[in-house]
Design a protein around this ligand. Sequence first.
Ligand code: KG4
Ligand code: ZN
Length: 399
Amino acid sequence: MRILAIETSCDETAVTVLECSGTIESPVFRVLGNTLLSQAMKHAEFGGVYPNLAKRLHQKNLIPVLKETLNEAGYLNYELGMTSYDKDDVEKILEREPELLKEFLEYVPAIEIPKIDAVAVTQGPGLEPALWVGVNFAKALAFLWNLPLIPVNHMEGHIASVLVHRCENPKPEIINHKNVELPAVALLISGGHTELVLVKAWGEYELIGQTRDDAVGEAFDKTARILGLPYPGGPHLSVLAESARNPASIPHHSASPRLPRPMLKSGDCDFSFAGLKTAALYLVRELGEIDDIVKAEIAREFEDSVTDVLMSKTTRAMNAYQAPSLIIGGGVIANTHIRRAFENLAREAGWMLYIPSLELTTDNAVMIGAAAYLKHLRGYEDKGTERLHAKGNLRLHHE
Ligand code: KG4
Ligand code: ZN
């Protein structure tokens, strides 16, 4: 089946057409079209994602992103446009997104109905104003094209991202399937979340640990800001830390800066990163003027602290639940050092490790389509999309 998936939970506007086949134990995914527009630069002046700006930009970007995805997927027939549809109904669905409505009415009714079997959309968690744009857009498309609508939990999307494996050849990119032996522990680390989830079966999740304050990506971004790095700081901090890992660059004379490993001995699977960021702030203040070498050392020490805590809590969860598989998803696993550390740890511990390819670590619509397919295979039925609501604090749960 072909799923058109939409992701607007934060500051990425993304639409994918995913061809899905295979069973729940062994799903196969092939990306037919995939477009993603990041708003990150637009939010930079606010130093974080600004919900109302995100909402406005999703409205502006969704139709161009849909257009590009459909073109890439080869749905090019514009002459066979639909002749009749109920404009009032579409207007009602998109009444809170006037800018999107205008572009929607200009483009969507004019094209042939693409060969798609379902529409999927991120329902939550995320920024509610941003989520609503995607949800209403998905409702309007499902209505106009008379397709079932599958709401997806964004966190299940991050978990499912490891099932999609992109290879460059042959073209078009074939997505190989990956079988994950369950139960698995999923470590989800992004700008908004830090969670350990037990995946008993697809669709059967249990939250076993979470952050009590800042998410790990948030701590990266805030610490990067303290070090004077541009927004979004996570990737910049990671490059700087990496430079201090090069043995030639480590000065032998100065003592290395030290930061705490928060909650390392708390005896549970929870996290706390707000104190780490504050410790970095005090350290920078205390040191006064710092040169680039010291700055890189602080970045490295911060990254080491985060890595130590993530590895320790994950080991705890893996042992407690005797899971054969470890899944890691979310933007922070783009981090080279954390990736490497977990690869080594998994090798030593004998765990099977599943990490998504780099472009699927951060928010995207491919993972939403993959999670929607798993939900379809579990027998999900669309019983009326009118009632679908965006939920900013949606949790993973048993279905
Ligand atoms: O999953 P994601 O795109 O969005 C959320 O759902 O939050 O994650 C974005 C987060 C940001 O905080 C960003 O700074 C962080 O992931 N990030 C990184 C790296 N690349 C992205 N953090 C550390 N090292 C990186 N290389
Ligand atoms: Zn995310």
